[in-house]
Design a protein around this ligand. Structure first.
Ligand code: HEC
Ligand code: HEC
Ligand code: HEC
Ligand code: HEC
Length: 110
């Protein structure tokens, strides 16, 4: 009986941590910032231009300094300053735009 309880708890634990990691960018920002308007400067919501992301995140230089520990730096490449939405997505799964042409491993877009 005890074994089943452990298994049940383990399953619940895994399910909970998986869902935290799977949360989309907008949901994670909602948890921090509390309102849609944090990203959507205009209502009803439209696409979010990079400059509105950068109003909090500073600049490509600042971002690049935070992400210079991997093989590639997604914020400092020959693509120069692409739209954030080429990789980060508000309400759907992100993509690594570089992989249209390359095949970079071990790097995940949050
Ligand atoms: C991280 C900032 C962020 C937050 C917070 C956020 N969104 Fe978004 N939203 C985006 C981005 C980025 C897009 C562009 C499409 C995409 O990437 O999913 C978008 C697109 C949309 C669109 C589609 C607009 C269009 O014209 O295509 C709607 C509707 C929307 N959001 C509603 C909401 C609502 C409602 C909330 C609050 C519950 C919210 N969003 C919170 C970032 C955000
Ligand atoms: C109102 C301020 C604000 C706006 C606008 C904003 N963010 Fe953020 N974002 C934050 C804060 C605060 C954090 C948590 C601290 C950090 O990592 O900088 C964060 C974290 C992040 C993270 C890393 C952590 C995570 O949960 O993914 C990414 C990626 C990110 N933001 C992308 C974006 C993008 C792309 C946009 C535009 C669609 C955007 N942000 C708009 C405030 C903002
Ligand atoms: C070419 C794809 C790409 C584009 C375009 C891009 N990012 Fe990122 N971003 C990434 C990847 C990949 C990571 C994770 C890097 C890592 O784990 O080292 C990341 C991480 C982040 C983080 C978290 C940094 C940290 O300390 O972990 C923030 C904040 C962020 N991006 C914001 C933005 C904003 C704002 C824009 C637009 C101005 C943008 N990004 C454009 C791919 C991209
Ligand atoms: C439209 C296709 C395309 C996209 C998208 C793309 N690249 Fe490239 N990349 C190339 C080509 C073509 C070369 C040059 C040929 C080669 O060396 O493979 C190259 C070369 C490179 C190199 C080799 C060193 C150098 O700069 O000469 C790196 C590193 C690189 N890319 C990183 C990136 C990163 C990081 C991204 C995403 C932020 C990205 N690339 C997006 C096509 C692309």
């Amino acid at each position: 009986m005890k074994k089943y309880l452990m298994l049940f708890l383990l399953t619940m634990f895994c399910a909970a941590s998986a869902s935290a990691a799977d949360k989309l960018l907008a949901d994670r920002h909602m948890e921090r910032l509390g309102k849609c308007e944090a990203c959507h400067k205009t209502m009803p919501p439209k696409q979010v231009p990079s400059k509105d992301c950068l109003s909090c995140h500073g600049s490509y230089e600042k971002l690049a300094a935070r992400t210079d520990k991997n093989d590639i730096n997604p914020h400092d490449s020959h693509l120069e300053d692409p739209d954030c939405g080429q990789c980060h997505r508000g309400h759907k799964k992100p993509v690594l735009a570089c992989d249209e042409c390359h095949e970079f491993k071990n790097i995940r877009v949050p």
